[in-house]
Design a protein around this ligand. Sequence first.
Ligand code: SF4
Ligand SMILES: [Zn+2]
Length: 193
Amino acid sequence: MTTTRYGRRAPETADRAPNWRDTAACLGQAALFLPRRDTGPEYVASMVAAKKVCEHCPVQQACLDEAMATERADTENARAGVRGGLTPQERAARYSRQRRRVPEPPTLLDQYLRRTEPLHDGHVRWTVATKSVAFQDRQYTAAQLAWALGTRREPEGALRTTCGMAGCVAVEHLSDEAMRNSARRYRRWKAAA
Ligand code: SF4
Ligand SMILES: [Zn+2]
């Protein structure tokens, strides 16, 4: 039986009327969206991976609207896992801003999406003349911005594109020195095996 992050039955097996969950990008990935632990590196990695799935979800807005309408700030379990592309902490911040009627600030992802255009084969083009972006007291180059979104860690050494397209800023087409060293070590190990 296929389940969404909510653990509900997938449409083909469910005895109910169709709704927006039928096209959820998280179908079959409940474990990723509801990790057992709620701290530590594995938890963070699963949150990042889940958010990536949400980025391409056709019903992200409906999902977030439901989360915001039904969750309560004082019920711990109701805010487990990523919903509508936001972690529990991000949703808590959103509740708080809504209560104070503070407008949503643009996110790092907004900054990236405003300045990029997806191309064939997963490449991404930087579309504006300005080569860097200021965000929360910090300056990002296009590659650093993509890297920050994809890894949530500081790059070690220079960032390079790995796909052969000059200037590509696809999150998956970038590597830092640490990744390249690790790939080199793996190739040496394979060659010696
Ligand atoms: S936005 Fe994320 S959590 Fe919500 S239905 Fe889509 S993939 Fe699932
Ligand atoms: Zn590329």
